[in-house]
Design a binder for this molecule. Structure first.
Ligand code: PBG
Length: 336
């Protein structure tokens, strides 16, 4: 007697133990990086309206406490974003010895030693009055972000971050040649062991909007489409990643993550030998938050499903504002 169907994929879904046995993707706390906003001239953590449950921290005991709490959940990697009280056209507070990032890096390094990994976002947009990711020059009456004029300041910022104790520099400006310029400067100054995690494949995305509220880094004129990637392009990611690898990037990144799963897959398949990070960005965070706050989706299940999907697409490392929550939820037990 023929029993039909003969192929029954459902056998491997009978119960949680067997589903766990055959699961093809894992999500571990060690793969998460928590972004932290540090702000000059405040004494207490500040709420960010467009990012519920995310705060700006002063570089004092509040920052230490937040890192300590995250650490106790298993989060050991942090990426810092600085919000300075002074901005000018040249981002001078981004490389100041006592700048907000430099002070925060020093404080965390002194407090936690090598127990934590400190990544410094390297860009100028939070530090410039015009809010762009480089130096603006006037050409024929038009304001332009000049690529080559910008490389020196990016290298200078990176060096000051390394001097302040960063383990990894993460250039996010999308200037051509920025990885090479930073690598050279770090090497020439005795920082050969400092890694570069490049925002190699960074799209001009509307999903950065809450971040720009959080960091007051909305461009004063124009937009970033002249340097960040066009959302319509996927294979261009290979070109960008290729250049960064040649220039000395140790870790590649795709950003945003949830909206660009196809691109994560393309980069991973073309550069399998490089660790790949993906940034689940502010807008992707806030969309889930907003729906959850309205009771329209289950936050835990949604976040774990999306984060697992980012891993499944090929990301090894995930930068996410949800990192502490994910750590808690993994401990509680994931719903699949
Ligand atoms: C640039 C930078 C941005 C983000 C990370 N690094 C903003 C931008 O390019 O406008 C966005 C991160 C997020 O949206 O969560 N310094």
């Amino acid at each position: 007697m023929v029993t039909f169907p003969t192929l029954r994929p459902r056998r491997l879904r009978t119960n949680k133990v067997i589903r766990d046995l055959v699961a093809q993707t894992t999500l571990n706390v060690s793969q998460l990086v928590l972004p932290i906003f540090v702000k000059e001239n405040i004494n207490e953590p500040e709420k960010i309206d467009s990012m519920p449950d995310v705060f700006r921290y002063p570089p004092n005991e509040h920052l230490i406490k937040f890192v300590e709490q995250s650490y106790s959940l298993g989060i050991k990697s942090f990426i810092l974003f600085g919000i300075p009280s002074y901005k000018d056209d040249f981002a001078s507070s981004a490389y100041a010895k006592d700048g907000i990032i430099q002070r925060s890096l020093r404080l965390l390094r002194q407090t936690f030693g090598d127990k934590i990994l400190l990544i410094a976002d390297e860009c100028t947009d939070e530090y410039t009055s015009h809010g762009h990711c480089g130096i603006v020059v006037n050409k024929n009456g038009k304001a332009l972000v000049d690529n080559d004029e910008s490389l020196e300041v990016h290298a200078r910022i990176a060096l000051s971050q390394a001097e302040a104790g960063a383990d990894i520099i993460a250039p996010s400006s999308m200037m051509d040649g920025v990885v090479g310029a930073i690598r050279r400067t770090l090497d020439e100054n005795g920082f050969k062991d400092i890694s570069i995690m490049s925002y190699s494949v960074k799209y001009a995305s509307t999903f950065y909007s809450p971040f720009r509220d959080a960091a007051y880094s909305k461009p004063a004129f124009g937009d970033r489409r002249g340097y960040q990637m066009d959302p319509r392009n996927s294979y261009e990611a290979i070109k960008e990643a290729h250049l960064d690898v040649e220039e000395g990037a140790d870790i590649l990144m795709v950003k945003p993550a949830h909206t660009y799963l196809d691109v994560i897959r393309i980069v991973k398949e073309n550069f399998p030998e490089y660790p790949l990070a993906a940034y689940h960005v502010s807008g992707e965070y806030s969309m889930i938050k907003a729906a959850a706050l309205n009771g329209w989706i289950d936050e835990k299940t949604a976040v774990l499903e999306i984060t697992t999907a980012i891993r499944r697409a090929g990301a090894d490392i995930i930068l996410t504002y949800y990192a502490p929550k994910i750590a808690e939820w993994i401990k509680e037990g994931v719903p699949f």
